[in-house]
Design a protein around this ligand. Structure first.
Ligand code: URP
Ligand code: ZN
Ligand code: ZN
Length: 468
């Protein structure tokens, strides 16, 4: 059945255009100021979009669905997490695959793709690299041919076995530069974190609570790791993507590297834009614990300014949900599972906090939460824009819908929202994935497993411009 989105306000790169948009099968078939009803196929479903914004489907470029095992596994697996995302207008998410000892990188990615079989929206993967070895170049080639063109490295988390030794950065970055592979980095300087941890009494004697987490993982650790990795990348002219930049100091390092001529993509998350470290106090403190930790109000203001000035390229949620029982099982911040839910609330919250009038907000939201991640991760033109011939992934959004975020109105197996009680203005009312309505007015209407794995092309960040 064709779908006609009648009289919507299409959010295009150039601005808002009032137009009709016809979906045939999985793609956008026509866009015109007014499509003649006589030309429609019999049975076309007409959706009145008057007064509504029609966005390209949102892309949550940083999620952790089905992370971990057994009692330590995230509350939202791929089905629950992606259904929550769908209700928030998200039609593509990007998760990550582990490098598994004894397996090639591609084998690791294939295992993860198998785990994601229940996803209800489309998805792509970054591939984690935790061990460098001779011959990894061929593995990278194989991976890229299979459509995984971004890697993920961690400059910390030795305890989880994902820390990549700094001695390997140079060689890995050289290989990635030759192959035009994007490297996404969780940047926290482990030396700084270890020094602070060494000064604490042993685990058994006293437990630093959630309120101590920002002290144990300070903003200067983020700033330092961004600079250290960036200076190595500069020698190879390798663009870098920093995930979840959380602090003013982290943004300063991003600026410093850009001034030195490195292409740097900065991602931040709704939680660093909306919440601060005060939340870590009290009984519910564990529910607000993620890594890097929530920061000071001054950090939050600095990030809001960076967002307004266009220095932040992508907002993604880092959705990594645990139940209150899991979060509160230990009083020691080092043992509390790190991460919070939020993929379903992101679009509303971002639209609310972005500055300007409705058109300014809509343009910025489309860029930060759809077009930029699509380009950066090699998913455009199929994803990230409203153009004839591209996937009909659409979020229909009511800019006047208002309310308060509450447990009752969000979906996550975690059973809570860290944004509970925050007011929003603007909310998704319908989500369309490749021509299928998968969420409508708060009800998930999609099917388990309706998401497809996406083959990513080369990141748009490597594009040569005239004069380069
Ligand atoms: O606390 C977080 N962010 N958990 C997910 C893993 C990560 O570092 O992004
Ligand atoms: Zn991280
Ligand atoms: Zn993450």
């Amino acid at each position: 059945m064709d779908l006609l989105l009648r009289r919507g306000n299409l959010v295009l790169e150039s601005g808002i255009a009032a137009a009709d948009l016809l979906i045939r099968g999985e793609t956008i078939a026509r866009i015109a100021p007014s499509l003649d009803s006589a030309t429609l196929s019999p049975g076309t479903r007409v959706i009145d979009c008057a007064g509504l914004l029609v966005f390209p489907g949102f892309i949550d470029a940083h999620t952790h669905f089905g992370l971990g095992e057994g009692a330590g596994c995230t509350a939202d697996g791929f089905y629950e997490g992606s259904a929550a995302a769908a209700l928030g207008g998200v039609t593509t998410f990007i998760d990550f695959a582990d490098q598994i000892p004894g397996k090639t990188l591609l084998q690791g990615a294939e295992i993860r793709i198998g785990e994601a079989a229940d996803a209800v929206v489309d998805f792509a993967l970054h591939q984690g690299v935790y061990q460098f070895h001779k011959g990894i170049g061929e593995e990278l080639d194989e991976l890229a041919r299979a459509g995984v063109t971004a890697l993920k490295i961690f400059t910390t988390y030795k305890n989880f076995g994902v820390f990549l030794d700094p001695g390997a950065w140079e060689s890995l970055f050289s290989l990635c530069s030759e192959r035009h592979l994007l490297v996404a980095i969780h940047a926290e300087d482990d030396e700084i974190i270890e020094k602070i941890a060494e000064a604490l009494p042993p685990m058994s004697q006293s437990a630093p609570g959630p309120g101590m987490h920002p002290f144990l993982r300070p903003a200067r650790a983020e700033a330092s790791a961004i600079m250290k990795t960036g200076l190595v990348a500069l020698r190879h002219q390798l663009p870098l993507y920093f995930v979840h930049v959380s602090s003013a100091a982290g943004m300063e390092s991003v600026r410093d590297l850009r001034r030195r001529g490195l292409k740097v993509i900065a991602e931040t998350t709704p939680h660093y834009l909306l919440l601060t470290e005060e939340r870590l106090a009290g009984e519910d403190g564990p529910l607000f614990l993620m890594t890097p930790p929530l920061r000071s109000p001054a950090d939050r203001s600095a990030l809001l300014e960076a967002l307004a000035s266009g220095e932040i390229d992508v907002v993604a949620t880092d959705h990594c949900s645990y139940t209150p029982e899991q979060k509160k099982a230990s009083a020691d911040c080092r043992a509390i599972p790190a991460g919070i839910p939020g993929t379903g609330e992101a679009a509303s919250l971002l639209f609310t906090l972005l500055p300007g009038d409705i058109e300014d907000k809509a343009k910025a939201l489309a860029a930060l939460f759809s077009r930029n991640p699509a380009r950066i991760f090699g998913l455009s033109p199929k994803k990230g824009s409203l153009e004839v011939g591209t996937d009909a992934d659409i979020a229909i959004f009511d800019p006047a819908a208002s309310g308060i975020i509450s447990k009752a109105s969000i979906r996550t197996a975690a059973g809570y929202s860290p944004y509970e009680g925050l007011a929003y203005r603007g909310a998704p009312v319908m989500t369309i994935l490749r021509g299928w309505v998968i969420a409508e007015r708060g009800t998930f209407t999609g099917r388990r497993g309706s998401g497809r794995v996406l083959a990513c092309g080369e990141s748009g960040i490597f594009e040569r411009h005239q004069g380069d």
